[in-house]
Design a protein around this ligand. Structure first.
Ligand code: JFZ
Length: 456
């Protein structure tokens, strides 16, 4: 017997998928850039004997044996040294553009509470640092100028605000204090919308505390008001929960927000897991570190090959892939990030047709690589080239589109294509063999472009 649906007062504001232009644009991004930048960049994962094993942006809360007693106070004074003299938003934006990023997500405020814009509602902002200038504005302007859509990361957790708490408020005093925190959060969000009206959305984080979860009536209204103030605004599933405390998906399993925001440093193995929802995957280069890390040498850091694989994995399942950068305290990307941005950009420059504005292709996954689709064109990005140079594609017998021509995207060279009976099976699937020329050598993943035509 089908489970009865729960009557919800604080479920999704937009049941079903959005069809407006802003959301359609989101679906077509393909590749994005995440930037984690704040006071933690000065520490770079290691400061005063404190060494964050991974997540360097969390260093304030690493309280291992070697941490001095006054470590948190030390961290809370680091902003007095935040003076990224080399910061040039235009340089970053141009790099992101060259990498092929179509949107950027920038940390306006991480868990430590430090605001990268001069917030009127806090005394712990870029204005109080020696640098003084509004960093969020520079990012928004420079990226917008490059045609890259801007999203603002915002942490609800705020270790600096004395009214912030993780446990649910119990006493009247606690409740009044937490209400102050909620009002502060609301004020900051409207401040960001007012200051930077070009932004396309918010990327929320730090929303897992019980106090926030219990504030579902407040957060519901807040989401409603933010959307009303900024038509087209995109908010992921990590902002709020329903009245039963269900996060990302409500008590009926329906998505909260415009896209699934839970794909963090992981990718779905099966397209079906996504239930047709929009989504993006945010990914670090080191194993789990979002802020600047001085020394990458203890870690495996992903190569451009790894990252392009993940990019195509994501786009083949209808998602966007967002690569994180953690600039240093002076305002420079690390040399490793510079190199990866360049390598990814070179690849995307050649193969972008298979990356942007594509959808999931309704074909069985194969071991060669990933399919993406645009209208009557299929793209197969090959990561594993078979030793016999023969790519066999299985189409379901129900396929209404059949392949008519195949070529190498990078050169336009047409490829021999034959329907084969070797694979003929009881299900009468259609098998198409594409032969790669022996003379075609590639050190990179490459794309086979397949034109299909209605065959029925
Ligand atoms: C959060 C932050 O704590 C972290 O510092 C970083 O900003 C990242 C993007 O977001 O970390 C999370 C949040 C959620 C999950 C994992 C890490 N999650 O749902 O698996």
């Amino acid at each position: 017997k089908p489970k009865e649906r729960r009557e919800l007062q604080y479920g999704p504001l937009h049941p079903g998928k959005r069809t407006d232009a802003a959301m359609q644009r989101f679906r077509e991004y393909g590749l994005g850039q995440f930037i984690h930048w704040g006071v933690y960049a000065i520490a770079g994962g290691e400061w005063n004997g404190v060494k964050a094993p991974t997540a360097s942006e969390w260093i304030r809360s690493w309280s291992g044996k070697t941490a001095p007693d006054n470590w948190k106070a030390t961290y809370d004074n680091l902003y007095k040294q935040f003076n990224p003299v080399s910061f040039d938003a235009t340089r970053w934006a141009k790099q992101a553009k060259a990498m092929g990023a179509r949107y950027v997500i920038f940390t306006t405020k991480h868990h430590d509470g430090f605001c990268m814009w001069p917030s009127r509602f806090s005394d712990y902002t870029i204005r109080q640092s020696p640098y003084q200038k509004d960093i969020v504005r520079q990012i928004v302007d420079a990226y917008a100028k490059e045609g890259i859509d801007v999203y603002l990361y915002f942490s609800i957790i705020d270790w600096h605000n004395k009214d912030y708490r993780s446990a649910s408020p119990k006493t009247a005093g606690e409740k009044a204090s937490y209400q102050k925190f909620l009002d502060y959060t609301r004020n900051q969000l409207f401040e960001l919308l007012n200051n930077y009206p070009q932004i396309k959305g918010f990327w929320f984080d730090g929303t897992w505390d019980k106090a926030w979860i219990d504030s579902y009536a407040f957060t519901y209204q807040l989401e409603k008001d933010l959307r009303a103030a900024h038509p087209g605004l995109i908010i992921g599933s990590r902002f709020r929960n329903d009245e039963y405390g269900k996060r990302h998906f409500d008590s009926n399993g329906d998505l909260l927000g415009d896209y699934e925001q839970g794909w963090e440093r992981k990718l779905p193995a099966k397209y079906e897991w996504l239930n047709g929802n929009d989504w993006d995957c945010v990914m670090t280069i080191p194993p789990n570190g979002w802020g600047y890390i001085k020394d990458w040498s203890p870690f495996y850091t992903k190569t451009s090959y790894d990252l392009i694989d993940m990019l195509m994995h994501a786009t083949s399942m209808g998602g966007n892939f967002v690569l994180n950068f953690g600039p240093d305290g002076n305002g420079n990307m690390s040399p490793g990030e510079d190199r990866l941005a360049k390598e990814i950009g070179e690849w995307v420059q050649l193969n972008g047709e298979a990356v942007y504005g594509v959808t999931h292709a309704p074909l069985e996954p194969n071991s060669y690589g990933y399919f993406t689709q645009k209208g009557n064109t299929l793209y197969l990005t090959v990561f594993n080239r078979p030793v016999n140079n023969l790519i066999r594609i299985k189409m379901p017998k129900s396929a209404t589109e059949v392949p008519t021509a195949a070529s190498l995207l990078v050169s336009g060279t047409s490829l021999k294509m034959k329907f084969t009976d070797i694979g003929l099976d009881l299900d009468r699937n259609i098998y198409v063999d594409i032969t790669l020329p022996d003379t075609f050598v590639s050190q990179q993943p490459f794309v086979i472009k397949i034109i299909t035509k209605s065959g029925k």
